[in-house]
Structures are given as C-alpha cells and as structure tokens.
Design a protein around this ligand. Structure first.
Ligand code: GDP
Ligand code: IMO
Ligand code: MG
Length: 434
C-alpha cells in the first residue's frame, strides 16, 4: 500500500543536502515535520539562486507548506523567532505548529556546552555550542523546561528558578565566578513565550489526524545516522536519534504510519567537529573538494573535514534506517579530480571486516580499503544546470560508472542524483518517489 509519508535522512555525518531535498520533495507535499535536534542543524535551500539557511525551521516553509516542530526537538526560542521573521520577510505565508512538549534551550545550556566540551579532551565532539547536549541531558534528568512551561509564566518562573539553581552549581564547578541574572532571563523568555504561544499545540495528536486524513507529510531528519546518539560513532556525535528511528519518539507518529525512508549521501564525505574519520583526506585533493563543494559549516562556519565516500559505514546506516532509496548529492563538486576513490571496507590486522564496527576503539585500528574510479572534467555552473535539464544520458560516462558502482555496492536503488545546489540541478533516475 502506498503510504502518504516519506522521511529524508542523512546517512553520514550530516550536511548531505537534506535541506535541498526536503524542499525538492516538498513540492508534492502538504507538510514538513522536524523531529529531533535543534539549531545545531544548518539546512540550505536555494531558490532562484537565493540561498536560505534554516537551523530549526523545517525546510518547506519557503514553499508555503505547513511546517511542524515536533516534541523531539530542543528549541532555542530566540533562533526560532528569528527564523519566523526570515520566512515572513521573504514574503511567504507561514503556517507553523510548535509542539507543547519540545524542550527549551536557555543561555546557561550554551555556557555548559562550552565548558563541558573544553573539559573533555580527546572525547570532545567539537559541538556547535548551541546548548544541544546540556538541554537533552536536562530532558533525560527530568528537570527540563518545555514549551508548555514557556507559554505559562507562572510555571516558567518556578521551574526556571529550580533549574537555574541546579545549573549554576553545575557551571560553578567549572567556573566558580560564573553567575547570571535569572530575573532578566525570566523576563526575556516570558516574552518569547508570548510571541510563540499562537503556534503551540499538541503536535502528536495533530500529526496523526493529518496523516490519517491522507495529507502528504515529509519527516525531515537533521544531522545524520553516524551522529546518532545510539547508532552513531559515540561519543563523537549529537544527543538525539539523528536517523529514521527518531521519527516516532520525536513526533508521536507510530512506526506503521511511516512510509518510504530516503537516505542522502554525498559523492564524498564531510564532517564538522571531532572524532574518527577513516576516509579523511588532507592536502591538495582535500582543499580542492572543500572549495568546490563550499564545505564550510552552515551553522558555525568551520571548514568541514572532507574525505572519500565511505560506502562501508553507509551500508551500516542503510540497515539501521531501512533505506528504500538513496540520493547522491554534490557529484559536481568532485569535478576535475583525476582519480576518485570510494571506501568499500575496513581491514583490521590484515583481515577484512564483515560489517562496520561501531566502536571507535576498533575503528581507530582499521585501515580503509578503496576502489579507484576515473573522474570527470570540470564544467561551469551553467553547464552543470544544462546537463541536469538534459537528464541522466548527459552526465559524463565516468560519473555514470561511479553512480552505478555505488548502487551495486549499497544494494539500494539510487533514485536521484544532484549536480548543483538549485532545485533544478537534479536528475531523477526513478520517477516520482513520493
Ligand atoms: P544539510 O544539513 O544536509 O541540509 O546540508 P547543508 O545545507 O548543511 O550542506 C549542503 C550544501 O551543499 C549546501 O550548501 C547546499 O546548497 C549544497 N548542495 C546540495 N546539493 C548540492 C549539489 O548537488 N551540488 C552542489 N554543488 N551543492 C549542493
Ligand atoms: P545538519 O542537520 C554536521 C556535529 C557537531 C559535533 C557533534 C555534536 O546540518 O546535518 P552538537 O552541537 O549537536 O552537540 O554537536 O555533531 N553536528 C553536525 N555536523 N551537520 C549537522 O547538522 C550537525 N549537527 C551537529 O559538529 O561534531
Ligand atoms: Mg547542514
């Protein structure tokens, strides 16, 4: 039975192009839903050569689709209000629902994020310092403050007072001098609550009703499977289930209502922050890929680490997420590289491993095994766009071979390839996946 929902999931370390493809698929949808993470995400949507970056607003807002921020997110209200303004300023009509049970990021969460990171040494993930981890910690410790509290000033006042006492002790254990004006924080957040109140509902019930009515809904993943707190390269990831498994808990939509799961990969790999990266490159080729792919963090502006595509860890992500189809992005960004490599396995003590070993202590001892491919010639931006218009037949033969190999190796159909940041720089190999 064809279901009316679809999920878009990053299969690597984030920044695979989820924003572009949520926006692309949203052309045929009624609603886009975020279900985990917070403003650590940076999703880029390019419309008519104008670039929009969203950190918490679901991609799809620019198409005037209804957008929903589910209970699984941690919300920085200031950032959300700024993005609401950004959409309104673009002249688009915004229809937004915000879950009453999503958790709220406060300034002291950001302070703690920095202090905890600085104390972690080799275990630091290089977080975005947006307070994501400390806010999810408070959620799990059951003293977190939720959207419902934010929009009810009395609840906010008493809960914030208690939370602040705890957090101050915590921060003072790193920095004995630290203090903040709790009344000023309360007043600031009370104001945010007033401004956000019109958007707040129980999104879980609402989403179930919308899906049951037959409307078409996209679940927009943030980050990627290898950053997932349970199924990624712990502890060098984020603090949520950054994969398809997070959809149900982060929205209240049960598993049987989730339709196709689409996995996005880059033609190479990128990573921001710390942690192991077996297929990482340095030197001239890394520089060339970083510049051609504009690999600078969407959220923090940090230069992204880059390397060859790692099909071995992507295979793992495909299993964990139950991926139906793959989208390959940024094929154009590998232009002009004579020889391209793809990691097809890891060796440990001279023996090939059967599957990706999730433990960093094992991965650290592994040696990636590569297959080499002939690359393709550079083209101008316009030429790539023209190529996309002409379709699959027009792409270089060497690119066809590379794509065919990825499909074969992953044993998963490649539904779409992407050769530029614009909506139209897209070639569907399988028509109408949604
Ligand atoms: P997300 O976090 O997965 O949404 O990805 P980001 O927006 O952080 O990073 C992806 C970047 O690649 C953005 O700047 C996109 O505009 C850009 N992009 C997406 N697909 C393509 C593509 O096929 N080619 C090129 N050159 N850029 C792309
Ligand atoms: P999108 O949705 C890439 C990384 C950080 C850090 C680790 C933990 O744009 O793909 P956090 O601030 O979440 O506690 O940081 O996760 N990270 C991302 N890397 N893209 C993202 O989001 C990321 N969100 C977090 O760099 O290594
Ligand atoms: Mg990003």
């Amino acid at each position: 039975m064809k279901k009316n929902t679809i999920a878009v999931i990053g299969l690597s370390w984030g920044d695979e192009g989820k924003g572009k493809f949520v926006d692309y698929l949203a052309q045929k949808a009624d609603m886009v839903v975020r279900y985990q993470g917070g403003n650590n995400a940076g999703h880029t949507v390019v419309v008519d050569n104008v670039k929009y970056i969203f950190h918490i607003m679901p991609s799809g807002a620019l198409l005037e689709k209804e957008v929903v921020i589910g209970n699984g997110l941690v919300v920085d209200p200031k950032v959300l209000l700024e993005e609401i303004e950004k959409v309104k300023k673009s002249g688009k009509k915004l229809t937004l629902k915000l879950s009453s049970t999503a958790h709220i990021i406060f300034p002291f969460h950001r302070v703690l994020d920095g202090l905890e990171e600085d104390s972690k040494g080799d275990l630091a993930a290089g977080t975005t310092k947006r307070g994501i981890g400390p806010t999810y910690s408070d959620k799990a410790a059951r003293w977190g403050i939720r959207v419902y509290d934010l929009i009810n000033p009395d609840l906010l006042k008493s809960k914030l007072k208690k939370l602040f006492e705890i957090k101050k002790k915590n921060i003072n254990s790193f920095d004995p001098e630290w203090d903040a004006d709790i009344n000023a924080i309360y007043e600031e957040y009370k104001k945010y609550g007033e401004l956000l109140k019109p958007y707040v509902i129980d999104t879980a019930l609402y989403l179930n009703k919308v899906i049951d009515s037959g409307k078409r809904v996209i679940f927009e993943g943030a980050q990627g499977n290898l950053l997932c707190i349970d199924h990624g390269l712990y502890p060098f990831g984020t603090s949520s289930n950054a994969n398809a498994l997070g959809i149900c808990s982060g929205t209240g939509v049960p598993p049987k209502k989730i339709g196709k799961i689409i996995g996005i990969i880059k033609a190479y790999t990128s990573r921001v922050g710390g942690g192991l990266f077996p297929s990482e490159l340095d030197g001239d080729i890394a520089h060339q890929i970083r510049e051609q792919g504009h690999e600078y963090g969407t959220t923090t502006g940090r230069p992204r680490r880059v390397g060859w595509v790692d099909l071995f860890n992507i295979k793992y992500s495909i299993i964990i997420n139950g991926i139906d189809h793959v989208i390959i992005t940024l094929l154009d960004a590998l232009e002009g590289i004579g020889e391209i490599k793809a990691c097809i396995g890891y060796e440990l003590n001279g023996k090939s491993l059967e599957s990706w070993p999730i433990q960093p202590e094992i991965i650290d001892k592994c040696k990636p095994v590569y297959k080499t491919f002939k690359g393709w010639e550079p083209k101008s931006r316009n030429e790539w766009s023209e190529t996309a218009k002409r379709g699959y037949e027009a792409i270089p033969d060497t690119m066809k071979k590379y794509v065919a190999f990825i499909q074969e190796e992953l044993q998963t159909e490649v539904a779409i390839i992407s050769i530029g940041p614009n909506r139209n720089d897209t070639i569907e190999l399988i028509k109408d996946i949604f």
